[in-house]
Ligand binder design. Structure first.
Ligand code: GLN
Length: 279
């Protein structure tokens, strides 16, 4: 059995969802090359093999792979991640795709990202739309540091401002002190009591701050809905990521603040994932 096959088997036995992909990403990390180059057998030095076994042991204990190797692909870019940020999810690419449909490729658009985490949403948008600029907000200074590094790596730091702020604070709008054409947000939306039953990868390694949506899961949505009318320009859009079975209620919450429901887009699994509202 080759090294690659052995790792695939071990990952499979531990119930890891994509053992082939993850085995190749792990080895690619050790060999500092691209995962597409890992095929068939690989040759590792003793030292590399030891390092591989250490990382594999962490993965077998359900630490997420991106947090072990320190980065993850999202949309069209590679983002640095740590246990201070929510790991970017493929589901969230739905929001990016919907936002790109609304953001003109010629006009300059001012974009706000509420709860930016790694920065993956707004930075994917700015990468695709060179005329746009934006503000990334997070309550966590450690998350903002990761988002800043990602912006620098992607050459976006001149077009992106970072603000540390808590949207539950009374002076939130004054801290932001700007109006926007587009607002994007993937706020915490898991009901507090459901957190204990999440996968260990999420429950133990994503920051609770990025997951916990309060008793009913809607706490941040309700607060953001109160704030948006002051921060969004007339005719502007907000795109909101929804958790499972939350989309209809999110549309209602934002409608109560005078916004108009334009559409709800499904993710690749068919889950209503992105609610688009217009002012
Ligand atoms: N999508 C994440 C999950 O299901 C939750 C992220 C969030 O609360 N915004 O684990």
């Amino acid at each position: 059995m080759t090294i690659l096959e052995k790792i695939i088997h071990q990952l499979q036995w531990s119930g890891i969802e994509s053992p082939r992909l993850e085995a190749r990403l792990l080895i690619a990390h050790i060999l500092q090359c691209d995962a597409t180059q890992i095929m068939g057998d690989v040759i590792l030095t003793e030292e590399q093999n030891e390092y591989l076994q250490t990382l594999l042991a962490r993965r077998l204990k359900h630490e997420p792979l991106d947090k072990i190797i320190g980065h993850r692909e999202f949309y069209k870019s590679d983002f640095k991640v740590s246990n201070k940020v929510l790991s970017p999810r493929a589901d969230t690419e739905t929001l990016v795709e919907e936002a790109l449909l609304l953001i003109d490729s010629v006009q300059s658009t001012n974009i706000l990202d509420l709860g930016t985490g790694s920065g993956c949403i707004i930075e994917s948008l700015l990468s695709e739309r060179p005329n746009c600029c934006g503000t990334a907000v997070d309550i966590s200074s450690e998350a903002l540091q990761i988002a800043r590094e990602n912006a620098e790596n992607l050459g976006l730091d001149k077009r992106l401002k970072f603000i540390q702020a808590d949207w539950f604070a009374d002076d939130f709008s004054e801290k932001i002190n700007d109006t926007f054409d587009v607002i994007v947000t993937n706020p915490p939306y898991i009901p507090s009591n459901d957190i204990a039953s999440l996968m260990p990868e999420v429950r133990e390694y994503d920051p609770l701050l990025a997951l916990d949506g309060g008793n009913d899961g809607f706490l941040s949505y309700k607060r953001i809905a109160e704030l948006v009318p002051q921060m969004l320009k007339n005719g502007g859009y907000i795109l909101i990521e929804a958790g499972i079975e939350q989309a209809a209620q999110i549309a209602d919450i934002f409608s109560e603040q005078g916004l108009q429901h334009i559409k709800t887009a499904n993710d690749l699994a068919g889950v209503p994932r992105c609610v688009v509202m217009k002012k």
